[in-house]
Design a protein around this ligand. Sequence first.
Ligand SMILES: C[S@@+](CC[C@H](N)C(=O)[O-])C[C@H]1O[C@@H](n2cnc3c(N)ncnc32)[C@H](O)[C@@H]1O
Length: 347
Amino acid sequence: MFDFFFDIQKKYNVNIYVFCLIFFLSIIPFWLSFFKLISSLRKGDIKKIIFWTVTLGFVYFAPYLYIYLFGENFPFWFHFVFWGLIIVLIYTLIKKIANKLNAIKTDQGKNNWKDFFFWDLYSYPYNKLITFSTPHRELFNEVYQILNFEKDEYILDAGCGGGHLEDFFIRKGIGDAKIEAIDFSKKMLKDARTRCHGFPRINFNQLDLNKKLPYIDKSFDVIICISVLFAISSQEIFEEFYRILKSEGKLILVEPKPDFNGKKLWDPQKMGLKKLKYKAIKIYPLIPLIIFLNKIIDFKQRRDYYQQFSLNGLKEILDRIGFEIKITKLVLADQDWLILAIKKSII
Ligand SMILES: C[S@@+](CC[C@H](N)C(=O)[O-])C[C@H]1O[C@@H](n2cnc3c(N)ncnc32)[C@H](O)[C@@H]1O
């Protein structure tokens, strides 16, 4: 047994301790993959058979991969095994990703799987940063003041993201009101459900705002839509909001100005992070990611894939559909417009 290891050291000029470590560490995964492969063969599950064969091959050759990468004088067939394994590994990975994307495609309609993926990714930095954003807290408070929680209102939050608004409402108290919070990003909804866990009067639902919404006419007393409309490809959403809102119902929209300056919003957010001191270490690495993702949003807006609304543009659309504008004011460090519109009742 020892001769085997010393031979390897002599033959391939590798560190025998590292080789032994990899060799012994791979024994348990080897037998585990072996038994998993046998059970997959019995069940006839092709996908699992391929997966466990690849894993078994990989684990079996792991000590030899060390020789391949760090040793000398290895036989020619090592090249085949090494590159064979790499190719099979890459192929399996690509297949896995393609299957995932196909599942999203069939789940979500043809065109929006990229958006779906984008907002899932966006949730990582956004949901962390927003937790410390003073401008967002001020905005949520502004929205809270507009609502009337004395009455048991039925509220729709269209594009609820990570549920920060709902969390704010829960802390302030929402009386007997009920909230329907919708978003199409699974990751955003997962975060939102965790944030508002155990609060039964909030229902989270995965829905696409580019499609007809599954609510009957005049369902809601209030619709809130914060920083979402720019990402919706069609203006039919305004008509949909009109349809599902009760007469005299409130529509609260918050949309970035066309000359939105991210830096101006970032400055007060930075103050919030500074207060966290060393705890902010985990959050700083997310900042380049959100800057990069915001650049993609800019790019999509320039390509007219995402929309941009001027205040007058928004007012015009709302007026045409049958809303009366009650309040317009700047929020989020003066980078977004808040609009409160009321659905005019038809006599
Ligand atoms: C910038 S975030 C704002 C989230 C939340 N309103 C807030 O203020 O924290 C935009 C949200 O819109 C959602 N969204 C984008 N396109 C959507 C669509 N077509 N249907 C539903 N939600 C969508 C995203 O998943 C994301 O959660």
